[in-house]
Ligand binder design. Structure first.
Ligand code: ADP
Length: 195
């Protein structure tokens, strides 16, 4: 099963992706996590993207697409995968399609959430992490967050129509309780499997 998750920062993609990944035993490939590991490891790639990530900008299509192409080629993704945070531009969606060839995507799952709720959620996430003595993501501050939301609207939101045209879009209201959303997603995926 090959899936992509769409939705603005704070929509809950990571939470739902983790549930689906466990249920279907497919790897959860979060490009944000992959890139944060590169930054933390101090790799050449990490050093070249750290500033853009911190300020909430997207990194270049070619760079991220090459990271994804390498990751998807690993044996654990042979039977399927779930992409969280990729594609984020129409160029990336086109690249993914050419990469997959006849092994097409099964579904694009989009979580729709109002921007005011997103800002509250992310600020709460940062405050909870701090209170627990943990680290706050470098881009979880109001300035970067506004930038991430605005980039989402201009560059990523057009993917909704892109996948709708292909008959691959499954949209949900991401404001519903976490477990209700998981049930709806799993019910929809069971329909795919039945075909
Ligand atoms: P968000 O919480 O904003 O959804 P992610 O954890 O998915 O964030 O990604 C964090 C950052 O990593 C992005 O703001 C961007 O700088 C970079 N990034 C992740 N995925 C992509 C992508 N597909 N294209 C370009 N940049 C990306």
């Amino acid at each position: 099963m090959k899936l992509v998750f769409l939705g603005p920062p704070g929509a809950g993609k990571g939470t739902q992706a983790a549930v689906v990944s466990k249920e279907y035993r497919i790897p959860h490939l979060s490009t944000g996590d992959m890139l944060r590991s590169e930054v933390a490891a101090g790799s050449q790639l990490g050093a070249s993207i750290a500033d853009d990530m911190q300020s909430g900008k997207l990194i270049g299509d070619e760079t991220i697409s090459s990271v994804v192409a390498h990751r998807i080629a690993l044996p654990d993704a042979a039977a399927g995968f779930l992409l969280d945070g990729y594609p984020r531009t129409v160029g990336q969606a086109d690249f993914l399609e050419s990469l997959l060839g006849s092994a097409k995507l099964d579904l694009a799952i989009e979580l729709v959430v109002d921007p005011t709720i997103l800002i509250e959620r992310i600020q709460r996430r940062a405050a909870t992490a701090l209170a627990a003595g943990g680290a706050v993501r470098a881009d979880d501050n109001i300035e970067s967050l506004r930038k991430r939301l605005s980039i989402y609207q201009t560059q990523t939101a057009p993917l909704t129509e892109h996948y709708q045209r292909k008959g691959l879009l499954f949209r949900l209201n991401g404001d519903a309780p976490v477990s209700d959303l998981s049930h709806e997603i799993i019910r929809r995926l069971a329909l795919l499997r039945a075909w």
